[in-house]
Write a protein that binds this ligand. Sequence first.
Ligand code: DC
Length: 235
Amino acid sequence: MPHLKPKAPIVIAIDGTSASGKSTNSKLVAKALNFVHVDTGAMYRTLAWYCLKQRVDVQDDKAVAAACRRWKTALKCDDGIAYLEVGGYYPATEIRTAEVSAAVPHVAAVPKVRDWMKKTQRECLKFGSLVMEGRDIGTNVFPETDFKYYLDAKLEERSRRRAADGIQENLAARDQRDSQRAAAPLMIALGAKVINNSLMTAEQTSGTILADIKKRTADREKRAVKGATTEKLKR
Ligand code: DC
């Protein structure tokens, strides 16, 4: 697919369960379109890492919200990837440890944290068009976008993928926590295209998303032309 050159920046929202292929496919889609890739899970992980480092009790919502108020961050973008620096440092490897994975759902359930994240994630538009992956991008961060995707796969397949990456994790428990929290729970956004990729390769999944973006872009253009014609006829 040729690079899209939208007049105003657009957002491709990719949500879904853990290990449903969000990262792999968002990166492939971002590369194909020459859009900036934003991993919002990494932002929550960065806050969880910061809390652990600062000895903040991640089960204490007030303490986590206070840490989120005081941490000094900068939104950066290098080589088409947006990320959050804390005190001038991006903890790329540290945020992938089992300790951070266990702490992050607690941090992500705090409403004040979610407000802060939403604001910061929306600021990423300053970098241009985005492919943003997470759990609430289509429902909460960019509900206005026309491009929403929800990835899922069978639990056994997702567990197999995690194990292949050398990570043993109780995905069912994490999904349950992400789906049942009060603040911006994991949900299928209205109008989202749901892709169950249990039996699909990454190329097939990203290809399905790219084909749908092409179709939705053409539909949008048709709607815009129709709107302009109706406007003209009215005058
Ligand atoms: O995608 P991930 O496993 O790196 O996400 C880490 C955690 O952050 C996970 O528990 C879900 C949560 N998260 C969220 O609540 N909202 C997002 N937009 C992204 C991630």
